[in-house]
Design a protein around this ligand. Structure first.
Ligand SMILES: C[S@@+](CC[C@H](N)C(=O)[O-])C[C@H]1O[C@@H](n2cnc3c(N)ncnc32)[C@H](O)[C@@H]1O
Length: 244
């Protein structure tokens, strides 16, 4: 079979290695099914992360969140810090942090047991020791303290216009019902309970939510530095809350 135009040479080769009959596979891709689920893994920040329909496919923007967070952790001298990753999904954020800064102690939670199972497998695959826990953020009762909270929570409202591909990814990883900022507000409340005096909160956000979120963050962290940051496309995609 010849390679269809919409599939890269590398991806086509991976699919050929994995599937004996490519007709069904190509049909699925042409109907918008994510090629990453068919291949079964992605490269995230140079690390192999297995993906399946129980987890969100790690995005390019999230690599930006990780990169900027690593910079802040280094600048703030937090390389031995205790990190909490909320809504870990495939585990991609935690795994890169632990690979790049091995002295970090990383705990990662997700409400989805199936996501946590995938994250644990990815942890093993990448040979990192991370505490992956199945836990609902709205029923948070961990007693430890942390120096860094990082999260890419669900932030899309069901009515929002989104690309077709999203319909194959887990609904609960993407959509937020009711107040679109409710995950962030809960993270702010958790942060107020568990963060040590010197801290960093690193969040991925929707490009239209920046100013509203900044206002909300000020309500909970009136003395902290609150920084809205852009992705490579120049869109407001990250919020950092810093107390040094
Ligand atoms: C946007 S995905 C992010 C996944 C991964 N961190 C990433 O950046 O690719 C949001 C994650 O939050 C999880 N989640 C949704 N509601 C949650 C809740 N109430 N408590 C904990 N995790 C939740 C979803 O299962 C999903 O894995």
């Amino acid at each position: 079979m010849n390679r269809p135009q919409n599939i890269s040479k590398k991806d086509f080769q991976l699919l050929q290695e994995k599937y004996s009959n490519l007709d069904d596979v190509i049909n699925k891709i042409n109907n918008g099914y994510p090629i990453q689920y068919l291949i079964g893994n992605v490269d995230f920040y140079g690390y192999l992360i297995k993906v399946n329909p129980n987890v969100l496919i790690p995005r390019f923007e999230t690599e930006g969140l990780v990169e900027k967070t690593i910079d802040y952790i280094k600048k703030m001298d937090l390389c031995n810090a205790s990190v909490l990753d909320i809504g870990t999904g495939s585990g991609c954020i935690s795994i890169v942090l632990k690979k790049e800064l091995p002295s970090l102690e990383v705990t990662a939670i997700d409400k989805s047991r199936l996501a946590i199972r995938t994250a644990k497998n990815n942890g093993k695959l990448n040979k990192v020791d991370i505490n992956f826990i199945s836990k609902d953020l709205f029923k948070f009762n961990l007693v430890n303290n942390y120096d860094v909270i990082i999260s890419n929570p669900p932030y899309i409202s069901p009515g929002d216009k989104v690309s077709d591909e999203l319909k194959y990814e887990p609904y609960n990883a993407i959509y937020v019902l009711g107040n679109p900022l409710k995950y962030y507000e809960e993270i702010f409340k958790i942060g107020n309970k568990v963060l040590n005096e010197k801290y960093l909160i690193a969040l991925e956000i929707d490009e239209d939510q920046g100013n509203n979120l900044k206002r909300l963050a000020k309500k909970y962290y009136s003395n902290a530095k609150i920084i809205l940051d852009k992705d490579l496309a120049g869109k407001d995609r990250y919020l950092f809350i810093i107390n040094e």
